[in-house]
Design a protein around this ligand. Structure first.
Ligand code: SME
Length: 180
């Protein structure tokens, strides 16, 4: 009797189901599954990047600007060139490796997460509303060839599972580029 009363408390189970953390995790899993579907459709890298850009921007509430920058082949010194993107138009369509958070991620080969862009002197502004940003490099055979850049209107939007999802997307694009 006691255990029935404890386990069937609708108020408790309802509260647990609707907690924001659980909703976020369920959404991240759903989006990850959709990314897997895009990959398994056998799209070329370009169409995969387009699909990922659309999916992340449409499905993830806090991913307000999503885009890929790719290293231009044969340019010395190297420059990142804006590819597929969703969100506000940006003045930064070509970024040298010594500039911006984008340049820092590509030149170090490491994910850069900025919880408050206004406190980071490297930040190149795209939109006045942006509060946080993540840039994840894309690798082909161990070399950086580009990156996935996401801006949020919310501070510190790219921790934990969000970061893992975005790194997973960048990794799939690298894999597809490698296999072409
Ligand atoms: N904020 C980036 C520039 C690209 S825009 O955000 C789209 C940077 O600091 O490199």
């Amino acid at each position: 009797m006691i255990s029935m009363a404890t386990t069937s408390n609708p108020a408790k189970s309802g509260a647990a189901k609707s907690s924001p953390a659980k909703i976020d995790l369920a959404k991240i899993k759903e989006v990850r599954d959709s990314v897997d579907r895009l990959y398994s459709e056998g799209r070329g890298a370009d169409r995969l990047m387009e699909g990922i850009t659309d999916l992340l921007n449409e499905q993830m509430l806090k991913y307000n600007w999503v885009g890929f920058y790719m290293l231009e082949e044969g340019t010395t010194p190297p420059v990142l060139v804006l590819g597929h993107y969703r969100g506000a138009m940006t003045p930064h369509t070509r970024i040298p490796l010594n500039q911006g958070i984008c340049g820092a991620a590509a030149s170090s080969g490491k994910t850069v997460v900025v919880d408050d862009v206004h406190k980071d002197s490297r930040y190149l502004a795209c939109s006045l509303e942006t509060k946080s940003e993540i840039v994840v490099p894309v690798f082909v055979n161990g070399n950086v060839v580009g990156e996935l850049d996401i801006d949020s209107h919310f501070p510190a939007a790219f921790r934990g599972e969000d970061r893992k999802l975005i790194e997973y997307c960048a990794q799939l694009v690298g894999q597809r580029l490698e296999s072409k």
